[in-house]
Design a protein around this ligand. Structure first.
Ligand code: ADP
Ligand code: MG
Length: 404
């Protein structure tokens, strides 16, 4: 059983659920980060960008379950929309659902939609004459209506919009880059115009990849540059160890040393909660586990070509994102995977063994690998993998030996 933390009863056990939607009481840690986000939202919008599976969506779930006083929240995964019209419709309908008075308080929208109230056909709101309601107009009127409505109750509205880069990419593919650019601009300008409304956006792929092609087509704006950029990262080590402990207990898994095993599980997967859930979900109940045995199981999971740890895309997407620089990205990632921490000179000489490359090009690609959260560049100038388990998988999948 899971007990709600807010009832003051400590969590004792949690069942594994890698990649599933968790009950808010099962979402561990993140409290400081969430508090920081609420503080930032007082003044501006937030863009939360990090690797997929790091835990962004669960942060939103927790924020929506326990909003800061005075906030009304709507959460929506935008990645499944493919047009600006679907996006605008969801903003309108989701808001109507949470505002006191529902659609009746959305007067500007009612004026637009007339008597029929915006008959909806295949995901698009229609005007009285049967034509599709212009998405920008829907969005603007929705924002106006929200603003007026929440002002009356002295509240504010927060849109928790998950996976914005996928929305932008989807729209670019279906409706063209121009429309994609306009959607980004609309989000930026409406959130600036309406002080009662904030957005918290997330992205698992860098918007810079989506924007790169948009920029080549002449888009000059940087839509998110007024937003606070937040990278949640893995859990704090103590929360990760706590999660491992609750999960081991929830799954009734025996160890020869509970503390050593929970510490190993957390650190070997870089304190990422998804991988903690994943590893523990793979442990047969028949055994009693030692740290060494856990390491073997982790490695055999990572070596399994049919594994569902969702790691293969770190290799596959290099082709799409780095194009002609893919071989260079691979050479860098191979080098850092075996040496763990390297300064620029050592990266350069390791890469020079594989290929000839100009220094500026090397710097550019290294920077991009950091921006895409493969690597981290520490303040003392060392490069290493951002997430330990990705380095571990990279070595296994590419038959590389870690150097001492
Ligand atoms: N704070 C947390 N506590 C416990 N488990 C978590 C937490 N955050 C994420 N998880 C686990 O990781 C999985 C992926 O998290 P999710 O929020 O969907 O990642 P993202 O949105 O960044 O791709 C969840 O389904 C859950 O199993
Ligand atoms: Mg998510």
């Amino acid at each position: 059983m899971v007990f709600a933390k807010r009832l003051g009863i400590p969590l004792k056990t949690i069942r594994t659920n890698p990649g599933g939607q968790l009950d808010p009481s099962e979402i561990l840690g993140r409290d400081e980060l969430i508090q920081r986000i609420w503080n930032v939202l007082e003044g501006r919008c937030v863009y939360m960008n990090d690797l997929r599976r790091i835990g962004k969506t669960q942060i939103m779930v927790k924020m929506k379950a326990e909003p800061a006083p005075g906030w009304v929240c709507v959460k929506r995964d935008l990645g499944r929309f493919h047009s600006a019209e679907e996006f605008a419709r969801s903003a309108f309908e989701d808001s109507a659902e949470v505002l006191t008075g529902g659609k009746t308080v959305m007067r500007k929208m009612a004026d637009l939609l007339g008597q029929a109230g915006g008959l909806e056909i295949s995901g698009v709101i229609k005007l009285p004459d049967g034509s599709p309601a212009p998405w920008k107009e829907v969005l603007q009127r929705t924002f106006q209506d929200i603003s007026e409505s929440v002002a009356k109750t002295n509240q504010r509205m927060l849109f928790l919009w998950d996976e914005v880069p996928f929305l932008i990419d989807n729209i670019a593919k279906r409706q063209g880059e121009q429309v994609a650019m306009e959607v980004l601009d609309a989000i930026r300008s409406f959130t600036q115009d309406f002080d009662k409304i904030r957005v918290l956006l997330t992205g698992s792929i860098g918007l810079h990849h989506v924007l790169k092609s948009l920029q080549q087509k002449g888009y000059m704006g940087s839509p998110l540059n007024r937003m606070e950029l937040v990278r949640p990262g893995p859990l704090d080590p103590n929360d990760a160890i706590g999660l491992a402990s609750y999960l081991l207990q929830g799954e009734s898994i025996r160890t020869d040393d509970h503390q050593a095993c929970t510490q190993f599980i957390a650190s070997s997967v870089g304190n990422v909660p998804f991988y903690i859930h994943k590893l523990i979900s793979r442990l047969p109940k028949s055994e009693t586990y030692s740290v060494q045995r856990l390491g073997q199981i982790l490695d055999s999971e990572l070596a399994d070509l049919n594994n569902d740890w969702d790691l293969e895309h770190y290799r596959v997407r290099l082709g799409e994102y780095y194009r002609e620089d893919e071989p260079l990205a691979l050479a860098i990632l191979d080098a850092v995977a075996v040496q763990s921490k390297m300064n620029f000179d050592r990266v350069r000489s390791a890469v020079a063994n594989q290929m000839t490359v100009g220094e500026e090009k090397l710097r550019t690609v290294l920077k991009l690998l950091c921006k895409d959260h493969y690597l981290e560049h520490s303040h003392d100038g060392l490069y290493q993998y951002y997430i330990a388990v990705i380095a571990r998988w990279w070595r296994i999948s590419r038959d590389l030996k870690e150097l001492e």
